[in-house]
Design a protein around this ligand. Structure first.
Ligand code: CUA
Length: 181
């Protein structure tokens, strides 16, 4: 059976259209997810001096943990360090928008909160920020998921999600694990 040149060219052109269409659909889906649905990698380009975390500004000891910021946002600030989280438990209210902010003075860590979509790397020199909303009360585990040294497997914190009436920030707007009793 003879296959002539014209038939081959037609077939190639057909496939070129099919492939172009698939690429266009995938590209469109990516752009739609990013622009319309705001599905983006959890990246936040925000710098912080890892040598001075404890000395000034946002990540000093008295600022760590959960706090209602002056603008009304609920923000939990946590430092990841070899091999613990400071603080090692954060309290957040259920069904409220919460911002989690992490940084580290030493090496790359990573966190996830079990059963949620919270998952980010924590890189020295940067602030990792996640906006989320916890929809169930309970105590969730927040392990380090990036190998960061010999104590990596012991590096674990908890997120205590409490009902609104148990989330009672103090006069400074701070709420810590244990305040709900
Ligand atoms: Cu920190 Cu693994």
């Amino acid at each position: 059976m003879a296959i002539n040149e014209e038939a081959i060219l037609k077939s190639e052109l057909r496939w070129a259209w099919v492939v172009s269409a698939i690429v266009a659909i995938i590209l469109g889906a990516i752009l739609f997810a990013a622009l319309a649905m705001h599905v983006n990698p959890p990246s936040n380009r925000e710098y912080v001096d890892p040598n001075k975390l404890h000395l000034s500004a946002e990540f000093t000891e008295e600022n760590l943990g959960t706090r209602i910021d002056p603008d009304g946002r609920i923000v939990a600030r946590v430092i990841a360090t070899q091999f613990e989280f400071v603080p090692n438990c954060i309290m957040v209210p259920v069904d409220r928008d919460v911002t989690l902010r992490f940084t580290t003075p030493d090496v790359i860590h990573g966190i996830l909160v079990t059963g949620t979509n919270v998952n980010t790397m924590i890189i020295p020199g940067y602030v990792a920020q996640v906006h989320t909303r916890f929809t169930k009360t309970g105590t969730l585990l927040m392990p380090c998921h990036e190998y960061c040294g010999l104590g990596h497997s012991q590096m674990i914190a908890t997120v205590k999600v409490v009902p609104a009436d148990q989330f009672r920030p103090d006069a400074q707007g701070r709420a810590a694990c244990g305040d709900d009793r």
